[in-house]
Ligand binder design. Structure first.
Ligand code: AMP
Length: 509
């Protein structure tokens, strides 16, 4: 497959992908860049709906999955033997318009939103990815992170495969092509390819006559299946993407399951590994997924509120108001306030239009920092004892700025409460939590030390046990590596790199 950095994409019955803007460079094998590019937390969507406007439905679904990735997005459709693909850097609303959607015709569509990780806003890494085997074109959209991507990539290179992007998703796509060469049967090839993949992957594949969903045996990232109003099958990272198009949620794609859907809506399910031990990412429940999505049939909002209640039982405080860091801290703040019978109030107003844009803020705006996003309600805060609830502290920058903002607004006391335990370990399975060196809880000995760093009067986190208890499920159900350092899927030594090294900082008051 060639790449071309010219005008607008529309690919029809040939082997070229054309991009609207020629941003970034392609095909580097430089190790440093690769390591960075493996980090992906994304949104995926697929639909098999002959006779429906699949591109438009995918466009709306990607809108609902925008929170899972703001760097780039794309849609590929299949109509008979033709593939139409459009992908670019930017938000869903920036990348697609009526004219482009009208060109994306097909009975089958696959869509993707890609998470922003610094330095990797490279058009080559945008998805869906297209590969061709003989006359068969396959598109692939992936959420997660392979831990053996480098090994697999080197193996594929040794077999003569060339790479255009720096993503592990392209590794998967090329692996399928390799297996197709061995097996000459798509279903068998997909099964064999994913048996070789280690790590987190929720994948949607499309061909001219099939839609395929694959989820890793640990079920780290979410993936669910539903049906449209007309009874056609859809697959999505989160149930909120089904809601937006009026589709009905059916069930989760099970860990280790591969689902094949034909144009006749026949659904074939197969478990491609014998040993299945779910380890769902608990950070999806705490922060990453949308609160209106579901987990095990319950809204994530429900879990977040429960985390707040548990946090209140563990770390009560008397205050005039409980406020949240909007929006991700809000359900836990409401739960916290309800449990202690304290008034909940909005205290920080979020500007919902500050997203990722191509325009860099000016120096003056950069200095205003968090004010671009959050503006305090002074008459609520001034002279009051405030509890502020957030879902997590990762690097500690946000909390420090929020405390300053509240202090500058005249708060008498500021008590920070966090509805997750301290984040101390990097994520290798697709969430952008990088090296320990960047994590304030790894570098600082205690919550008291962090409280001094962020300059809050008090700071308390929910306990690990309290977090698990709030889910109503067992510890074994989850991957809690970012809190515990216990990685359910083994991390190869070369991937660890410097990520586990850190230096303690002193926060003596
Ligand atoms: P900080 O401690 O400065 O890294 O920021 C933590 C804040 O960012 C919290 O309010 C979270 O809601 C949010 N957050 C948590 N994890 C992530 C992540 N992986 N990427 C971006 N934002 C995050």
């Amino acid at each position: 497959m060639d790449s071309n950095t010219k005008s607008e994409v529309i690919m029809k019955n040939n082997h070229q992908t054309l991009w609207r803007n020629g941003l970034g460079t392609c095909g580097s094998t430089e190790a440093g860049r690769l390591e960075h590019a493996w980090k992906e937390a994304c949104g995926v969507f697929g639909i098999m709906a002959p006779g429906e406007d699949t591109a438009r439905l995918t466009f709306f679904a990607l809108y609902a999955l925008q929170h899972r990735g703001q760097e780039s997005c794309g849609i590929a459709t299949f109509l008979n033997n033709n593939v139409f693909l459009h992908k670019d850097i930017g938000l869903v609303s920036q990348v697609f318009n009526e004219e482009i959607l009208a060109k994306l015709q097909g009975d089958i569509a696959v869509g993707h939103t890609r998470y922003s990780t610094t330095g990797s806003n490279n058009i080559c890494n945008a998805q869906p990815i297209l590969v061709t085997y003989k006359n068969l074109k396959i598109v692939l959209a992936h959420n997660g992170n392979l831990v053996n991507a480098t090994e697999l990539r080197n193996y594929l290179i040794s077999r003569g495969y060339k790479f255009e992007s720096t993503t592990d998703s392209e590794v998967m796509a090329k692996l399928i092509v390799l297996e197709l060469d061995n097996k000459n049967d798509l279903q068998l090839a997909v099964k064999e390819a994913f048996k070789k993949c280690k790590g987190a992957y929720s994948v949607v594949l499309g061909t001219k006559d099939s839609l395929v969903a694959v989820r890793d045996p640990d079920g780290v990232r979410p993936l669910c299946i539903g049906t449209t109003l007309k009874g056609h099958h859809v697959i999505a990272s989160e149930s909120c993407a089904l809601d937006i198009i009026g589709a009905t949620y059916k069930r989760e794609v099970a860990p280790g399951e591969m689902i094949f859907i034909t144009k006749e809506q026949k659904l074939d399910s197969d478990l491609f590994v014998s040993e299945i031990k779910p380890h769902h990412c608990i950070f999806e429940l705490i922060y990453f997924s949308r609160p209106d999505s579901t987990f095990k049939g319950l809204s994530i909002y429900h879990f977040r509120k429960e985390l707040g209640r548990q946090l209140a039982r563990e770390a009560p405080v008397n205050a005039d108001y409980v406020i949240s860091v909007p929006d991700s801290g809000t359900p836990a703040a409401i739960g916290f306030a309800e449990e202690l019978k304290l008034p909940f109030s909005e205290g920080l107003i979020k500007n919902r239009y500050v997203g990722r844009t191509f325009i860099q803020p000016s120096q003056m705006l950069r200095e205003l920092g968090i004010r671009l996003k959050l503006n305090p309600l002074r008459d609520i805060i001034a002279g009051k004892k405030i509890v502020v609830v957030d879902d997590s502290i990762v690097r500690g920058n946000t909390s420090r700025k929020i405390v300053k903002l509240l202090r500058d607004s005249g708060a008498k006391e500021i008590h920070m409460r966090i509805s997750s335990p301290p984040v101390q370990w990097p994520c290798f399975y697709g969430i952008d939590i990088d090296s320990r060196e960047q994590l304030i809880a790894a570098k600082t000995n205690s919550a008291e030390g962090i409280a001094r760093y962020i300059e809050a009067d008090t700071l308390k986190y929910i306990s690990h046990e309290g977090m698990i208890k709030s889910t109503g499920l067992s510890q074994e159900t989850f991957c809690t590596a970012c809190f515990s350092g216990k990685y359910p899927i083994e991390i190869p030594k070369e991937l660890e790199g410097a990520k586990f090294r850190y230096e303690k900082i002193s926060t003596k008051g």
